[in-house]
Design a protein. Structure first.
Length: 282
């Protein structure tokens, strides 16, 4: 069965409440909030600023999870899934959301001798604390998330860049190329962007190319700005970015960053800097 994970909406309240009550029905003493939640209570949760994700199959909600962060540490609870695979997909979505926010540690609490603690341990979570809830032993489990960053290209990245961008990796394997940057998930290269001299003080910024799992998270904006900063510090007065269909959904965010569409390209005025050194570094 296929499904997708997305932020919860008020209209999901009835089905989401049913999923939670069914999942926690036998554990109302340990988990009174999800075990007794009503559609109205679910809507109040959304209205009071809580982040909730749902797994959806067709028009049916089949999973729910709540997430938040406290002082730089991510947390989740309410992990409830009605079909196989939905729990793992929701947990991955939580991990990605925390990664995107720059959070490195993700935690949850679970009964010490229960299936949830065992499940999380198999997924790489480790016990970092012990406690009690209603007289029952609970553990706090934690996973360190890989660092998601945009950094300069290295020769060792050449093969991964070639696969992602469908280009010949050989030139990249010979030297660290000036103006090339990769999106790195820990040690794994998952995206690439570059800036090139287009002449006349204009730098062309490529459309970011990412692996499918990293699309739709706004990471393209981060990559574009990294390449743009490079161009700006090399003396270019204008940045240009092809206005592809893949960037249509980011138009408002690009405008917030002073990229404005002019025909087939987005343009951004860069600061006055010393003379370009692209030619010297290539």
């Amino acid at each position: 069965m296929s499904f997708s994970v997305r932020p919860a909406l008020p209209e999901d309240a009835r089905q989401a409440a049913e999923v939670l009550r069914a999942a926690f029905a036998g554990e109302s003493e340990l988990f009174p909030e999800p075990a007794g939640i009503t559609p109205g209570g679910f809507e109040v949760t959304l209205q009071t600023g809580h982040r909730v994700l749902v797994a959806e199959s067709g028009a049916r909600i089949v999973g729910v999870v709540r997430l938040w962060d406290e002082e730089g540490i991510g947390w989740f609870d309410w992990l409830a899934a009605g079909i196989t695979g939905a729990g793992r997909a929701m947990l991955r979505a939580v991990e990605m959301a925390m990664q995107d926010a720059g959070i490195r540690l993700l935690r949850a609490q679970a009964p010490a001798d229960g299936a949830v603690a065992d499940y999380l341990e198999r997924l790489g979570y480790r016990t970092v604390g012990l406690g009690e809830v209603s007289g029952q032993p609970f553990v706090t489990v934690e996973r360190r998330l890989p660092l998601l960053t945009v950094r300069e290209q290295r020769r060792a990245d050449a093969e991964a860049i070639g696969e992602i961008a469908a280009i010949d990796p050989w030139p990249l394997a010979q030297e660290n190329r000036s103006g090339w940057f990769v999106l790195s998930d820990g040690d794994r290269v998952v995206g690439v962007v570059w800036a090139r001299d287009a002449g006349g003080g204009v730098a062309t910024v490529s459309e970011p190319v990412l692996l499918p799992a990293y699309l739709g998270r706004g990471l393209e904006l981060w990559m574009i700005e990294r390449a743009t900063t490079y161009a700006e510090t090399r003396g270019f007065h204008t940045g240009e970015l092809v206005a592809s269909a893949a960037l249509d959904g980011l138009k408002r965010e690009l405008e917030d960053r002073r990229w404005f569409r002019e025909g087939a390209v987005y343009r951004k005025a860069l600061g006055d800097r010393p003379r370009s050194v692209f030619e010297q570094e290539d």
